[in-house]
Ligand binder design. Structure first.
Ligand code: SF4
Ligand code: SF4
Length: 504
């Protein structure tokens, strides 16, 4: 086999453990490009293979699904069974030796000390009324309001203690509703962090709807290098439909204006998040177009996500969405190159980083382990999406025993601590599991079970990974000049101020 650099060792096995072998690889091909590839999830490595190898391994996959033995496979391939067994055995040995180079810490005990980011809701009020809003126009089905100074001080005290206890440094993500409606408390927060020398808070980010702006806000973002993520959903037509104010007025012009103001004298990274709806597809708007607009607006990085409930996705629309997403992924290679690493698509950067550094993700979603959120009134949740859901209240920042959140009974009761992608989560046999970033909130919304993967999300994840694999192999082996330019852009991004960090 083309992949096999090892010396032939003959084995008299009646039957190769087909099941075991199938768990070890994923083969794919692109019929138009006549490209054949193999992905080895355990070591997060990609290989180009030849047609013959692909054919044999596909037969092995088929045999597994049909519960057939090797004799049948050999006969279908018109091969001598012993030769086939020998080739497969060697391949298996090769796979078993391969290890990922980087692994996230395992869960349980000390390994939980991987807290990275905390969303602080300074406002659960919003000036917009986006029809797809998952947060009930910002208030998460609760009372509207802004975080007051007293709660902010308690949050700060809590975070300081938390950071000391676990010796961690966090990113604080200001969140809402619309957080900039309460920019004065953000200013106070950053001033207090400075004055009190709170070492655990080392970076800030903010997610804003891009409609609230003044020069003091600009100075605040600049002084604290606050990584800023502005939401917009594409061109004028769609954004004026999906992002509207309380009077129903479309916000495209205002968002465009604010982005251009932010771009003048900017000392912070500027990202964007687009929420894609079935209306995009009805209007023929490609996700690639959304990326182009972000590129032209001078944004550094873009992230897209499908709208969740109340928006309904029919299976046909979901397939169209995934296909558009995959085309955008392919297109984003060119934008990344063209901008010499300035403009990236989050899924591209995450996937390529995983493949180049052979990084394996062990955890299903980071909510409740590496990521938490704190509501306007000081309750701690695993993620902003769970705000005001009493089932997911972990603690309150003023509780006496609040600090060791990761040891708290409420977190244990949520079973969030057993989050390895394993048999229990149904991810153990999934080839996509090394790179997959699932979302426990989608699982919960769609399956009423945090740990049972959402079927639609899995379909998207696997499809996109396959497209990424094909594109990487194709450029690497068939368009080496383009690949070289891509790698130069990648190195430039890696060496830049924020390295390969993804803004989202
Ligand atoms: S800007 Fe965000 S919080 Fe406000 S209505 Fe739109 S989606 Fe909801
Ligand atoms: S695609 Fe689905 S089954 Fe596969 S690893 Fe991701 S969440 Fe688990």
């Amino acid at each position: 086999m083309a992949l096999n650099p090892m010396k032939n060792v003959f084995h008299e096995h009646e039957s190769i453990p087909v099941r075991k072998l199938v768990d070890l690889f994923h083969v794919f091909h692109d019929p138009k490009k006549q490209l054949y590839g193999l992905y080895h999830p355990t070591s997060v490595r990609l290989f180009r293979i030849d047609f013959e190898t692909h054919k044999k391994l596909k037969e092995i996959e088929r045999a597994y699904l049909r519960n057939e033995n090797l004799t049948r496979v050999a006969s279908r391939l018109e091969m001598d069974k012993k030769n086939l067994a020998s080739e497969l055995e060697e391949l298996m040995q090769l796979f078993q030796k391969a290890k990922p180079e980087k692994k996230e810490p395992m869960m349980g005990g000390e390994s939980l000390l991987t807290l990275k980011k905390i969303a602080v809701h300074v406002s659960n009020k919003c000036n917009l009324a986006c029809p797809y809003c998952y947060a009930a126009f910002g208030n998460y089905q609760g009372k509207e309001g802004l975080m007051n100074t007293e709660t902010m001080e308690s949050v700060l005290h809590f975070l300081d203690e938390w950071g000391r206890k676990y010796n961690r440094k966090f990113v604080i993500q200001f969140f809402g509703g619309e957080p900039l409606l309460n920019w004065k408390i953000i200013k106070k927060f950053t001033e207090m962090v400075r004055d009190l020398n709170i070492k655990s808070i080392h970076r800030y980010s903010i997610v804003t709807n891009g409609t609230v702006y003044n020069s003091e806000i600009h100075d605040l973002l600049n002084e604290n290098r606050i990584i800023t993520v502005v939401s917009f959903d594409g061109d004028k037509t769609i954004t004026n439909f999906t992002r509207i104010n309380k009077q129903g007025k479309g916000m495209f012009k205002r968002i465009q204006e604010v982005i251009s103001l932010l771009n003048q004298d900017r000392k912070f990274s500027l990202g964007s998040q687009a929420t894609i709806t079935p209306f995009h597809l009805d209007l023929g708007i490609e996700i690639s177009n959304v990326l182009d607009i972000g590129y032209d607006l001078g944004i550094d990085g873009m992230h897209v996500a499908p709208a969740g409930p109340p928006v309904y996705w029919s299976p046909e629309k979901w397939t169209q969405f995934i296909e558009s997403y995959a085309r955008a992924l392919e297109h984003s290679f060119d934008l990344f190159r063209k901008s010499n690493g300035r403009f990236y698509f989050s899924i591209l950067l995450r996937g390529v980083r995983g493949l180049l550094f052979h990084e394996k993700k062990n955890l299903l979603c980071s909510a409740g382990t590496q990521y938490f959120s704190i509501s306007t009134d000081g309750f701690v949740y695993p993620c902003f999406a769970f705000t005001n859901n009493d089932l997911f209240k972990i603690t309150h920042v003023t509780d006496e025993n609040a600090v060791p959140v990761v040891e708290s009974e409420s977190l244990k009761n949520l079973e969030l601590l057993d989050r390895l992608k394993n048999e229990k989560t149904g991810c153990a046999q999934c080839y996509a599991n090394s790179l997959c970033d699932a979302c426990i909130y989608s699982n919960y919304e769609r399956n009423d079970d945090l740990l049972r993967p959402d079927r639609l999300g899995c379909k998207m994840e696997r499809y996109l990974q396959d497209q990424l694999f094909v594109k990487v192999l194709w450029e690497k082996y068939h368009e080496p000049t383009k690949w070289k330019e891509f790698m130069q852009a990648f190195t430039r991004k890696k060496d830049s101020q924020h390295g390969l960090e993804i803004i989202e």
